[in-house]
Design a protein around this ligand. Sequence first.
Ligand code: PRP
Ligand code: URA
Length: 212
Amino acid sequence: MNNTENIFYMDHPLIQHKISMLRDKRTGTNEFRKLVEEIAVLMGYEAFRDLPVEKAEIETPMEVCQSYMITGKKLAVVPILRAGLGMVNGILTLVPSAKVGHIGLCRNHETHEPEEYYCKLPSPIEERTIAALDPMLATGGSAVAAVDFIKAHGGRQIKFLCIIAAPEGVERLHKAHPDVQIYCGCLDRCLNEDAYICPGLGDAGDRIFGTK
Ligand code: PRP
Ligand code: URA
C-alpha cells in the first residue's frame, strides 16, 4: 500500500490484476460481479489492518493461551447504491456480523451532482467503524454527500473504499472530510466531459447489474 495522510492506494498485484480484468470491455456481467466482490475482499483485508485487537484467553485442545481478537468498535458496511452493492458480500466475507446500511444516490446526468433517493443506516452508529463502499470515485460529489449523511447521523470513524478514483474525486473528498480514510484500488488519469473516469471501466452500476 502507498500511503499519504489518510489516502491509501493499493499496489497489491492481485488487486491490480483483477482491476485490469474489470476494465476490459469484453468482461461480461457475471465475471464483472465476481471480480468486484473479490476486489472488495482484498481491499477490505488491507483497509481493516488497523482494527484494534486485544488479548483473549482461548482454550485450545492442547492448553489455554492468550490470543488476539478484534475488540471494541463493531463494523457497519454502507454501500452507495447501486454500484456499491457489488462490494458488500466481499466485505461481509471478512466480517460476517457487520450491520449493513444503504445510501441511495444517483448522479444527475446534466449537473453530475448526486441526488438522494433512499438512505437507511444501522442505529446507533456512533461507536461503529463504518466502511462506505462505492467502486467509483469520480467528481467526488456522491462520496461527499454519503459521508455528510453518515456524519449527520453520528458516524465518526469512516473508511471509504473505492476501486477506481479520479484525482478530482480524491481531492474533493479529502478536502471536505480529511478525517475519512480513503482506500483506492487504482488512481486513474482524469474525468472526461461527462464526468466519467478515464481510462476507468465505464458505468459500474450498469456493468454490475447488466443494465444500460
Ligand atoms: C456512480 C458511482 C458513484 C458515482 C460516482 O453512480 O457508482 O456512486 O457515480 O460519481 P461522482 O464521484 O461523480 O459522484 P451513479 O450515480 O451512476 O448511480 P448507479 O450506481 O445507480 O449507477
Ligand atoms: N460512475 C461510473 O460508474 N463510472 C464513472 O466513470 C464515473 C461515475
